[in-house]
Design a protein around this ligand. Structure first.
Ligand code: GAL
Length: 428
């Protein structure tokens, strides 16, 4: 009897063992399927993300109509062909959080068809849809934040077909002061970074902590592909230096000057959105910039390999705005595969030269005039760390023309706040 029992138990145990293995395998496979592959994540932002964000032009008035028409304009104006891909709804897309299900829902008046239908529309144009939330209990505009709801919200975003999440840092619990709650910030961003990965959908994670907790040091580790380096940029060239918002174009440039080593393929320093084309008509204020200043912003953002998130109403761009945003040669500098951020190689009397190594042994050089008067800037190869014995072919990316083959120096007449950008290639 005992023998029979034993003989019977062997196959049963073997059977249970195999079932167990299969179950483990299934679970393993499921996990592998559900978690975004690290190679996919590495490819998400090989070059700086390009797109548009609703905050600067529309603020509280973002709506599905605006998003649909923006997607149409991406196609009709050539922005899509130039590489702009993400259309991001910033704060105020939300209508609240359902008290029973705990799920976020969009504002019913401004998004009557829901986010899934909107994502389908944006995807049908070959574009991607982004959304906004916050690591604290409320967004900066006091809509519900994702604190404690990270997994639920990430899953919801994935189900809607979202491709990009901008994640802000207002109303974080245990907030102590401007800059001594690093650990909390890292924890809160990691919670969402992990939750996004676990959805199985590649969602680009844009960290919007504004800089005081140095997100360039930990942004990539918590799953981010870009991180803000400074407070909110407004539609203005410069404002007196200030610890918080708003700042002007010039301050964003200066903040970036020491951060180059933290940026590169897969994770980018983000000096905030472009104000190009706002002309003081946006939700964010500032008084406006002139076209030379807007061109400087575009030039420097591209020199920085910064994410290019447009912030004007692209449905109504004037011709100058189009020539700035659709300049494929300056965009090619931004998107260069080396992904090196420019550094300030020379400065004197409000004149600066910035240098960015490009693939194929080329260099981009930007000559910037911070002064409010016209200046002629001449610098030698030695000044800008180029080989003084060599001749370089110089191409002007704003004139779309060669500036000749130069030996020893480069020179440019610069209007107030103007930046000229040249690509240098050794003439062998
Ligand atoms: C700020 C953020 C802005 C915008 C705004 C929305 O914290 O820097 O870019 O997202 O919140 O309330």
């Amino acid at each position: 009897m005992k023998k029979i029992k034993f003989v019977f138990l062997i196959p049963v145990t073997v059977f249970i063992f195999f079932i167990g293995c299969n179950e483990n395998k299934k679970e393993g496979m499921f996990k592998a399927d559900a978690t975004v592959d690290s190679a996919v994540l590495a490819n998400l932002a090989k070059t700086p993300p390009m797109g548009w964000n609703s905050w600067n032009p529309f603020g509280k008035n973002v709506s599905e109509q605006v998003i649909r028409e923006t997607a149409d304009s991406f196609v009709s104006t050539g922005l899509k062909d130039a590489g702009f891909t993400y259309i991001v709804m910033d704060d105020f897309w939300s209508g609240g959080r359902d008290s029973v299900t705990g799920l976020l829902y969009p504002d019913p008046k401004r998004f009557p068809s829901g986010i899934k239908a909107l994502a389908d529309y944006v995807h049908s144009k070959g574009l991607k849809l982004g959304i906004y939330s916050d690591a604290g209990t409320k967004t900066c505009g006091e809509m519900p934040g994702s604190y404690g709801y990270e997994e639920k919200d990430a899953k919801q975003f994935a189900e809607w077909g979202i491709d990009f999440l901008k994640y802000d840092y207002c109303f974080c619990p245990d907030y102590v002061s401007w800059n001594n709650d690093y650990k909390m910030a890292i924890q809160r961003y990691k919670a969402m970074g992990d939750a996004l990965k676990a959805t199985g959908r590649p969602i680009l994670f844009s960290i919007c902590e504004w800089g005081p907790r140095s997100p360039w040091l930990w942004g990539k580790e918590v799953g981010g592909q870009m991180w803000r380096t400074s407070y909110d940029i407004h539609d203005i060239w410069d404002v007196p230096r200030n610890e918080t918002s708003p700042i002007g174009i010039l301050t964003s440039i200066d903040v970036m000057s020491d951060l180059g080593r933290f940026s590169g393929p897969g994770g980018w320093n983000d000096p905030d959105m472009l104000v190009v084309g706002l002309n003081n008509t946006g939700f964010i204020k500032g008084g406006g910039c002139n076209d030379i200043e807007y061109r400087t912003q575009m030039s420097m953002w591209c020199m920085f390999s910064a994410p290019l998130m447009m912030g004007c109403d692209v449905r109504n761009m004037n011709e100058t705005t189009k020539t700035i945003l659709l300049n494929k040669e300056i965009i090619a500098i931004d998107q260069d595969s080396l992904g090196k951020q420019a550094y300030r190689v020379w400065r004197k009397d409000g004149l600066e030269v910035w240098k960015k190594p490009l693939s194929g042994g080329k260099f981009a050089v930007a000559l910037l005039n911070r002064n409010s008067s016209v200046k002629t800037l001449t610098v030698s190869w030695k000044d800008i760390e180029m080989d003084p014995t060599k001749r370089y072919d110089v191409y002007d990316v704003w004139k779309h023309a060669t500036a000749g083959s130069k030996l020893a120096t480069i020179s440019s007449v610069l209007q107030p706040h103007e930046t000229n950008v040249f690509v240098l290639k050794e003439n062998k």
